[in-house]
Design a protein around this ligand. Structure first.
Ligand SMILES: [Zn+2]
Length: 305
C-alpha cells in the first residue's frame, strides 16, 4: 500500500506589531470595523457574476462547478469508501505563523480546486496570507475549525467568514459561548477586546468523524486548556492538530479561567500519547513534533509529573 505523503509548506512571517500591554495587530477587524481593503477586493471579485476562475486574481465561486484544476480531481468517495482511499491521498498542510504570538494557523486540503479547512485563523497579516493561499490554489473553504476559544486562535474568523459565508465555524460546544465574549477569549483583560466576529455553526464533538475530500478526521477531546478544547486527528496521514493542548516540549497553560491542569494531562495521555508513535503533532504555537518525541522528552508527561 502506498505510504501517505504529507506536503507541508511553512509560511514564515516577519512583520511584528505591538501595542503596550497587548501584542496585537493594529486594525484587527471587529464586527464594528470595516473589513480591510484587501478582503473587500477579494470578496468583490468573488461575487462578480460570471467571474472567471481562470483569473489569477479571483476567488473561485463555490457555485461554479465547471472550474478547471491544474491537478486531476479524484472522485468524491462515500464515508465508507473514504477509509480505504484516504491512505492514497496526499494531505497538503500550509502553516501560517502569526508573528506576535507565534500562533500557527493551518490550511488543509488534498488537491487544488478542492475543499479546504482553515484551522485557528488569528490576526492580520496572517489572515490575508491565508486568504491569498486559498485563492491561489482555488480552494473552497468548507469549515473554519477552532481548536478552542481563545483570542489568538479566532481573531481572523470574522474576516474569513465574510469572504466565505458558507464555511462552517466549528468549535467544541463548551467553548462556543466564548467566541464573542472578550472576557472569555482572554483579551479584555489586556484592554483590547478581541472577538471572533461570527457565531459557531457546528460542534466539534469528541470522537466525531469528519471528512475532507475523502480524508477522514476524528475529533479528540483535549479539554483542559479550555472546557471545549479539541484536537483533529487524521489516522491515514498520521497527523494530529493539537491547538494549545500539546506543544513540542510543553503543554498548554492552565492558570487561566476555565482551565484544568489535571483534565489536560489526563486527556493528553489518553487521547494524544495513545496515538501511533510516528504521528506528527502540529501544535497551536511553535514547531511541529511527534508523539514519539513527546513521549520520550516532554517534561510534563514524565512519570510522576
Ligand atoms: Zn494559543
Amino acid at each position: 500500500m502506498q505510504s501517505p505523503i504529507i506536503l507541508s509548506i511553512r509560511h514564515a512571517e516577519t512583520e511584528t506589531y505591538s501595542i503596550p500591554g497587548y501584542h496585537i495587530i493594529p486594525g484587527t477587524p471587529t464586527p464594528s470595523d470595516p473589513i480591510p481593503a484587501d478582503y473587500q477586493r477579494i470578496a468583490a471579485l468573488r461575487h462578480v457574476p460570471g467571474h472567471s476562475p481562470n483569473n489569477s486574481q479571483g476567488i473561485v465561486d463555490s457555485a461554479d462547478k465547471d472550474r478547471q484544476s491544474s491537478e486531476p480531481v479524484p472522485p468524491n468517495p462515500t464515508a465508507q469508501e473514504a477509509s480505504q482511499v484516504s491512505t492514497q491521498i496526499k494531505l497538503q498542510v500550509e502553516t501560517f505563523v502569526e508573528p506576535s504570538f507565534q500562533e500557527n494557523a493551518y490550511l488543509l486540503y488534498c488537491h487544488q480546486g478542492g475543499s479546504c479547512w482553515i484551522v485557528d485563523p488569528s490576526f492580520p497579516p496572517q489572515t490575508q496570507h491565508i486568504a491569498h493561499a486559498v485563492e491561489r490554489a482555488r480552494l473552497k473553504p468548507s469549515a473554519i475549525m477552532l481548536t478552542h476559544g481563545h483570542a489568538d486562535h479566532l481573531a481572523g474568523v470574522g474576516s474569513l467568514k465574510q469572504l466565505w459565508p458558507d464555511a462552517a465555524v466549528r468549535i467544541g460546544q463548551p467553548d462556543q459561548a466564548m467566541l464573542n465574549d472578550p472576557q472569555q477569549t482572554l483579551s479584555a483583560q489586556f484592554g483590547l477586546p478581541v472577538l471572533a466576529g461570527a457565531q459557531a455553526d457546528a460542534d466539534l464533538r469528541p470522537q466525531q468523524e469528519l471528512e475532507l475530500d475523502g480524508l477522514l478526521w476524528r475529533v479528540l477531546d483535549t479539554s483542559g486548556r479550555s472546557p471545549g478544547s479539541r484536537s483533529l486527528y487524521c489516522p491515514a496521514q498520521h497527523v494530529v492538530i493539537t491547538g494549545d493542548a500539546l506543544f513540542a516540549g510543553s503543554i498548554g497553560r492552565t492558570d487561566l479561567p476555565g482551565a484544568s491542569h489535571s483534565q489536560l494531562l489526563e486527556n493528553i495521555r489518553a487521547q494524544l500519547m495513545a496515538l501511533p508513535a510516528q504521528t506528527r503533532v502540529l501544535p497551536g504555537h511553535g514547531p511541529a513534533t511527534t508523539v514519539e518525541k513527546e513521549r520520550r522528552s516532554n517534561p510534563f508527561l514524565a512519570d510522576g509529573a
